[in-house]
Design a protein around this ligand. Sequence first.
Ligand code: 7TS
Length: 412
Amino acid sequence: MKAVKEMTFDVNKIREDFPVLASTVNGKPLVYMDNTASSQVPNLVIERGAEYLKKEHSNVHRGVHYLSQKATTEYEAAREKVRRFINAKEAKECIFVRGTTEGINLVANGFGRKFLNEGDEIIISQMEHHSNIVPWQMIAEERGAKLRIIPMNETGELIIDEYESLLNERTKIVAISHVSNSIGTINPVKQMIETAHKFGVPVLVDGAQAAPHIRIDVQDIDADFYAFSGHKMFAPTGSGVLYGKKEWLEKMNPYQGGGSMIRTVTLEKTTYAGLPEKFEAGTPAIAPSIGLGAAIDYLDSIDLDAAFAHEHELTEYALERLASLDGVKIIGTATERASVISFTIEDVHPHDIGTILDQEGIAVRAGHHCAQPVMDFYGVPATARASFAFYNTKEEVDALVDSIQKVIDVFA
Ligand code: 7TS
């Protein structure tokens, strides 16, 4: 009989896995609520990184000696963990990159230089992070293509009817976020992909904010490309993945040229290696990628569904408590949302909110969150943003709300 995983989630026990959470900042216990920017790292990942550097470090895919083979085995084992984590068909469809930004640039260049021509159209949305806007603007300019934008409504949801009317025979690719980093909206990507496929158009999903908060199944949503960052899902910086369907990756141009991505090189001509090497020029981020594999091991070791349910509860609780404060406005009120809450306080600059909260030991981000078009849409220069991971607690939300009340009092 298959063992049924017991549903248990003890947040205090989980917190013991993340050493930084026990620290103090400005004499107060650290309340870390900037998980959208970067999440914290559990002991298992820290220890795996140290073990690799102490005992296994070498370059990959090039040595016959023991250490190089060991590093290669571990690096490729991490790729297999990624495959399982996102349910890709084959590990070679999972390209290790430095993060979401590099993954999207890889597709914009590798796909764009091959398939985009004068007059072609690329569809993105109004709520994208700059890293899912700028690479498309750059390649559109280079290839004479045009960007078309899916608008959103006041609650921060994409207007799906408008999306459907943008798709046509000139559309060559759609690039949309799974979860918005600035307002937390979860977009109906499965439905949007199905619609694009009716036009034969491939879809890239920016999963930077989905990978740490919802279960990813690239085959179920039928994504053609899916990019995410390790450092937002409990792994070190410098790790990330671009998933691509084999059929597309094989047809695309390489993004960068160099060692490891070749089959043969003469001074006149180069032929390229197969997947995934074709897209991993030079020495890859070996230690961070192995760290990402360890982060997946960690997520496998906890009750992830219960962890996500805990995050959801925290978000609902925080939204309810924040709504009771005078002068606080929540920016983005989509029904389907992840644990990201953007807000403003009347007559207080978000940077002042961030600074005062920091004095209380509370880490939030203040700024435009690399989503200036979203700020423009709401007519604000910036917001303060609290974003939770499963290690945050209700008591921390209370501390956040109490400190926001202090901000309001200071500026009253
Ligand atoms: N896409 C989304 C939706 C993101 O939230 C981010 C980073 C990126 C792409 C880029 O990821 P990177 O790992 O390549 O930098 N978002 C944020 C944020 O919200 N605050 O700091 C970084």
